[in-house]
Write a protein that binds this ligand. Structure first.
Ligand SMILES: NC(=O)c1ccc[n+]([C@@H]2O[C@H](COP(=O)([O-])OP(=O)(O)OC[C@H]3O[C@@H](n4cnc5c(N)ncnc54)[C@H](OP(=O)(O)O)[C@@H]3O)[C@@H](O)[C@H]2O)c1
Length: 276
């Protein structure tokens, strides 16, 4: 059977399918109920962020799930407004408090900013103090990865970036691999805008799997940890049901050929830290 975990560079195990939570709300117990459903259906890797304003609901769902804390892998992130040394530590404590947890598995810098050196020093402090089991970044380019490796004492263990068939980031994947950085894909199923691509449609028919499942399996075979988000029970099931088939090499290559280096939508935070 396919192993459903990978090791980060420090040996910590991370489940290879995750659950995204952007847009899930605390209100009406939405985030709490969806998290309980997703854990019940087999997800063990949950991705949130202070920016999503749902850490309370996510934490409640985790605590009410009945699953031992050690069996779950929980990620949250420090937002750009909280960059810098003290701010990052304060933001971390707030997130921990909102989640109602004793530790975080993975703490990520949400976007690189000019204060990255100070922010990263705080991330290293939190790691050394064992408040987090792993630390990493999001949205770092090749140049930014090389820069942070140059000044860090502890290298990032994860880079969470936008990846999907229209933006495959092959060069960045290679660089991350070289530095033993695990890559996670955000917007892995193109924010649900799936129907327009003829290649994905054709492969969906060939393998008798949904278009989302084809793309999620493509991520898996590319060694990328996808974190699809959904608030629908049938899709929670669908998005993790990708372990009973394998996409042939030539079909993986065909999906790779869709790449246009396109973002699903313009990102206003991507130029806060320039490396020349
Ligand atoms: N680090 C960062 O900067 C960053 C940025 C963006 C996102 N993220 C993380 O990555 C996660 C995933 O990214 P995302 O939420 O932007 O996009 P996504 O997971 O690619 O797509 C989510 C959208 O797809 C729909 N969907 C889910 N499963 C589907 C299926 N099987 N078939 C058809 N449609 C489906 C969902 O609608 P329903 O809910 O109605 O099912 C939702 O509208 C986020 O939730 C967040 O945790 C991180």
């Amino acid at each position: 059977m396919e192993r459903r975990i990978r090791q980060l560079s420090n040996g910590v195990e991370i489940p290879i399918v995750g659950f995204g939570t952007y847009k899930l709300q605390n209100e009406n117990n939405e985030a709490c109920n969806i998290i309980k459903e997703s854990i019940d259906l087999g997800y063990r890797n949950i991705d949130t962020a202070s920016f999503y304003n749902n850490e309370e609901g996510i934490g409640k769902g985790i605590r009410e799930s009945g699953i031992h804390r050690e069996e779950l892998f929980v990620t949250t992130k420090v937002w750009i407004d909280d960059d810098g040394y003290e701010n990052t530590i304060n933001a971390f404590n707030k997130s921990l408090d909102k989640l109602g947890l004793e530790y975080i598995d993975l703490y990520l810098v949400h976007w690189p900013t000019e204060n990255i050196k100070e922010t990263w020093r705080a991330m290293e402090y939190l790691y050394k103090e064992k408040k987090v089991r792993a630390i990493g970044v999001c949205n770092f380019t090749v140049k930014q990865i090389e820069e942070i490796i140059g000044f860090s004492e502890i290298n990032p263990m994860v880079n969470q970036i936008e990846i999907h068939p229209k933006r495959s980031e092959k060069e960045l994947l290679k660089v991350c691999k070289r530095h033993n950085i695990v890559v996670q894909a955000w917007s892995p199923i193109m924010r649900g805008q799936l129907s327009s691509n003829t290649i994905i449609k054709k492969l969906s028919q060939k393998y008798n799997k949904s278009e989302a499942q084809i793309i999620l399996r493509w991520h898996l075979q590319n060694n990328v940890i996808a974190i699809p988000k959904t608030s629908k029970l049938n899709r929670i099931k669908e998005n993790i049901n990708i372990f009973d088939f394998e996409i042939e090499k030539e079909d993986i290559d065909e999906i790779d050929s869709i790449n246009k280096n396109e973002r699903m939508k313009p990102q206003k935070y991507e130029n806060l830290y320039k490396v020349v």
